[in-house]
Design a protein around this ligand. Structure first.
Ligand SMILES: [Zn+2]
Length: 423
């Protein structure tokens, strides 16, 4: 059934109340809580009326109203502003931007439906009497983001003595957005992604973000099939070393496959420093310096209303931290409330004692860190390549038990080659 009214309100209680009242008046309605999704949904559904709250995270209701009225596709939609922010200035602006009515919150439930009915009738829209319709209209689905672990071991596959169910390949994780394929690190795992891309031919462009140029993060570049495709574009972002430019470091990484020749694909280079970049519309990437020898980056990706962190080489000090070591705190600020975090979990707590200050973490320190900082899902990566399945299985169990014991709403797991996540 076509949607007649769209309600945009971030407050779930007021939003559901409006929905209830609209339903009682007989209109088919849709509630959108995320103002950033509203304009697109209104274009798609073409309702006769929109009901907008003013104070919302994302776009405020008056800006949304102005955009709707300035867009030929949506300029005809009628609009009501419902808000607790009832300064005269707001009312005047709402009217200037084309709202029919300004209703102050809390609104009168007895007259709300009646007012809507009057406006709709003047538009020639009758209630559809949707008594037989399902009780709640389907919410606008969140866009799915797919993340895949292609490699998560600590050392070159060529020298790894142990091949396990967790895989043998080194660092590579892909994050697929509706508009682009982002890839983090180009360890040997990227060959698996490369093969899949070659088969599916879905992308002619990759956005590659390199944390650093240690072998286990770039060794897959030289064999990447799409690098041999003249019609393919590789956008490579990373940081060089103080004495080596990004361009030079990349050329060295490509050399085993291409010698001193440039690969046939088109390469665009983006030198990063610690700051936030808008890498494409609506997609923000924060690069930050991770606690690891040499210039090493970690990344926070914010897209489609979600936050994903990739930080495979990073030493969280945990209980061994001193007052002068503020890395845990800095990282915490960057990662707070992330929906998904890939973090260094290289060592068992026991082995970490012998590897302190090497730039890698105890997996338990990473679990504690994620739990304390409200991370929703943690995938431990960069496991030491000498660990067999039995040790890795135990690490996974201990990580889960740790989160459960502390009562954190944290889902935690060990990364493994081929792990596919949907968030
Ligand atoms: Zn590494």
């Amino acid at each position: 059934m076509a949607i007649q009214v769209i309600v945009v309100d971030d407050d779930p209680i007021v939003g559901s109340l409006s929905m209830e009242l609209l339903k009682d008046a007989g209109f088919s309605a849709l509630l959108i809580q995320d103002s950033l999704k509203a304009q697109e949904a209104i274009k798609k559904e073409k309702p006769s009326l929109v009901i907008l709250d003013i104070l919302m995270p994302g776009i405020d209701g008056l800006t949304l109203l102005h955009r709707l009225k300035s867009d030929p596709e949506t300029e005809k939609v009628r609009a009501i502003v419902v808000s607790g922010k009832s300064f005269e200035a707001e009312k005047t602006r709402a009217a200037q931007f084309g709202a029919e009515l300004f209703i102050e919150k809390p609104y009168d439930v007895d007259t709300f439906g009646q007012k809507i009915t009057e406006i709709m009738k003047s538009e020639g829209v009758e209630p559809k009497k949707i008594a037989l319709a399902p009780s709640a209209p389907a919410p606008v689905p969140r866009t799915e983001i797919k993340a895949v672990v292609w490699g998560c071991r600590s050392a070159s596959s060529a020298v790894s003595p142990v091949v396990t169910r967790y895989g043998k390949h080194t660092s590579c994780v892909s994050v697929e957005l509706p508009s682009a394929m982002l890839v983090f690190d180009a360890g040997s795992g990227i060959s698996l992604l490369g093969n899949e891309l070659e088969k599916s031919k879905r992308f002619k462009e990759l956005w590659l973000f390199l944390t650093h140029f240690h072998h286990d993060h770039v060794e897959g570049l030289a064999g990447l099939p799409c690098a041999r495709d003249a019609g393919f574009t590789l956008n490579v972002s990373g940081a060089g070393e103080p004495d080596k430019t990004l361009e030079r470091a990349l050329a060295e990484a490509l050399e085993p496959g291409f010698g001193t020749d440039a690969p046939p694909c088109k390469i665009e280079l983006y030198e990063l420093m610690e700051q936030t970049y808008e890498i494409m519309p609506g997609v923000r990437l924060t690069a930050f310096y991770a606690n690891h020898p040499g210039t090493t980056l970690g990344f926070v990706l914010q897209a489609e209303d979600r936050k994903i962190v990739y930080c495979p080489d990073s030493e969280i000090y945990g209980e061994y931290g001193t007052a002068l070591q503020d890395y845990d705190e800095k990282l915490g600020g960057l990662c707070r409330d992330a929906d998904l975090m890939f973090h260094d979990g290289r060592y068992t707590a026991e082995d970490y004692k012998n590897h302190r200050n090497s730039g890698h973490s105890s997996f338990l320190a990473a679990v504690d860190f994620a739990g304390r900082n409200g991370v929703k899902q943690l995938v431990l990566v960069h496991q030491d390549d000498s660990y067999p399945d039995a040790v890795l299985d135990q690490m996974g169990k201990d990580a889960e038990a740790r989160a459960a014991k502390n009562g954190w709403a944290l889902k935690v797991m060990l990364g493994r080659e081929g792990l596919r996540l949907s968030i």
